[in-house]
Design a binder for this molecule. Structure first.
Ligand code: NAI
Ligand code: MG
Length: 501
């Protein structure tokens, strides 16, 4: 590990971190939890406590949902679409103003590298806010030419309107804490809803800071509430709450199932973005340099803690040896260290628990007989670092090939035909993303058509944009976040009939 001094933290971040405890944000006020409980969030690069945070439970979720409900009948509901647009742009301005300190906060709380936080998470967060700022003035209904077969000659005016869904609960994970918060908040607010956001217990800080920026931007009190806490308490309370109209969840498939059950009481609307086990497929006619980079980045971006990680690499046999060697070479030379160090190329995993979980999968892979080519162990010293790990000679039936590991572990396998690549790529319960590398334009489109995934990247990987829909096939979830399709998730359609007879 490189031991280079961290750059100075920004003054705004130092001030934020110096608070004795980080309170909940409910109804525009910073409050302690009703139980007065707090919990610790750690810096995964050192394993030391970073900050102490108020721990919301059901009582606090109750207060937050009530505040959101009340906000829906306050000044928020009377703002014009253009005013909502201006507020979202103002929030984007503030996120840009705070980009440095927010990026540093992500590095400290979740172990991101400053390079990824500054070049990825922060610009994307601002872009999501600006993209959805454009929507309030463009959300409209239609007039529909109705025929009424049982009333010949009758004349009606029929039109549709789009209304907010109401109180939105958002339960988000720890791998992109700020980005996930913004991805839910931006369309929810563009459509005129109020929000109760439960960040992951591992990474609560940037969502709390975002909540404060919402108030500074001028959003009315109670429109955005932030309740950090644990899944089985705060999360379950939100998922089961009878006055939450819609829930958006990103996380594990197991918890996704719990959410579906918990939502049944009031039949709240759901969108779920769950796990993945993405194939990244290289054909022998691909640009080898580009594919080598794409395979490495696809598997190891954010330490592999991505639902879209390209964790199953399939390489057509003529390129198998050279691409495997390239991947191993990169894995062995990557610089691991604290995310705040600008030289760091790969940070720690988010928590001790995640590190143990990933090491458990690696051990399992070795036991099942896969061949370890690089990594395979934790870094000595403090922090939750795991070396980037490359396996070969694995069978599709092994757990390392079937289950989401969510860490820096990739399996490389050869294939001999396009048919074989497609059938093995699709032989998974998941269907979030897939990657294809080929110089043949026809093959590229044939593959895009054949792969069962919500996103297919051709000769690129891990590209996302506010305007591009994002979501999964199969057990990777349902609903499409980002893009115009998010507007469907965060509005409901009303059908109005006017008798003209
Ligand atoms: P998780 O699914 O337990 O946590 C995600 C969020 O759900 C957190 O905010 C958590 O507090 C909340 N939650 C947990 N239990 C809940 C419940 N019963 N009711 C309501 N909310 C609940 O994921 P975890 O344990 O942090 O990670 C385990 C694995 O899940 C990872 O190794 C990875 O495979 C997968 N995962 C996938 C993510 C994705 O982006 N698709 C993100 C995070 C985890
Ligand atoms: Mg933390």
């Amino acid at each position: 590990m490189q031991a280079v001094a961290s750059p100075e933290l920004s003054p705004a971040l130092r001030e934020f971190l110096a608070r004795p405890s980080h309170q909940l944000l409910i109804g525009g006020k910073r409050l302690d939890a009703a139980s007065a409980k707090t919990f610790e969030t750690m810096d995964p690069a050192t394993g030391r406590v970073l900050a102490r945070v108020a721990e919301a439970d059901a009582a606090d979720v109750e207060r937050a949902v009530a505040a959101a409900r009340q906000a829906l009948s306050g000044p928020w509901s009377r703002l014009s679409p253009a005013e909502r647009e201006r507020l979202l742009h103002r929030l984007a301005d503030l996120v840009e103003r705070e980009a440095e300190s927010l990026a540093q906060l992500e590095c400290l709380d979740c172990g991101k590298t400053i390079r990824e936080a500054k070049n990825g998470d922060l610009p994307l967060a601002a872009a999501l806010l600006r993209y959805f700022a454009g929507w309030p003035t463009k959300i409209h209904g239609e007039t529909i030419p109705v025929s009424v077969p049982y009333y010949p000659g009758a004349s009606f005016l029929h039109y549709t309107t789009r209304e907010p869904v109401g109180v939105i609960g958002a339960i988000i994970p720890w791998n992109f804490p700020l980005l996930m918060a913004v991805e839910r908040l931006a369309p929810a607010l563009a459509c005129g809803n109020a929000l109760v956001l439960k960040p992951a217990e591992q990474t609560p800080l940037s969502a709390l800071r975002l909540g404060e920026l919402c108030l500074e931007a001028g959003l009315p009190e109670g429109v955005v509430n932030v309740v950090p806490g644990f899944g089985p308490t705060a999360g379950a309370a939100l998922a089961g709450h009878p006055d939450v109209d819609k829930l958006t969840f990103t996380g594990s498939t197991e918890v996704g199932r719990e959410i579906v059950k918990a939502s049944a009481g009031n039949l709240k609307r759901l969108s779920l973005e769950l796990g993945g086990k993405a194939p990244n497929i290289v054909f022998a006619d691909a640009d080898v340099e580009a594919a080598a980079k794409g395979l490495f980045m696809g598997a190891f971006y954010n330490q592999g803690q991505c639902c879209s990680a390209g964790s199953r690499v399939l390489v057509e046999r003529p390129l198998f040896e050279s691409l495997t060697a390239a991947l191993v070479e990169r894995a062995k030379t990557v610089r691991q260290g604290p995310g705040l160090n600008p030289k760091t190329q790969m940070g720690p995993l988010v928590s001790r628990q995640q590190k143990e979980r990933v090491l458990g999968y690696i051990e399992g892979g070795v036991k099942e007989g896969a061949r370890l080519l690089a990594g395979g162990e934790a870094l000595a010293g403090e922090g939750y670092f795991v070396k980037p790990t490359v396996f070969s000679e694995a069978k599709d039936s092994m757990r390392i090939c079937r289950e989401e590991i969510f860490g820096p572990v990739v399996v490389v396998m050869p294939f001999d035909s396009q048919e074989e690549a497609v059938s093995r790529a699709n032989a998974t319960d998941y269907g979030l993303v897939a990657g294809v590398w080929t110089g043949d334009v026809k093959r590229a489109h044939r593959m895009a058509r054949a792969l069962k995934a919500g996103t297919v990247w051709v000769n690129c990987y891990h590209f996302v944009d506010a305007a591009a829909p994002w979501g999964g096939f199969k057990r990777s979830g349902y609903g499409r976040e980002k893009s115009q399709y998010a507007i469907d998730l965060y509005t409901q359609l009303k059908s109005v009939w006017v008798d003209l007879n």
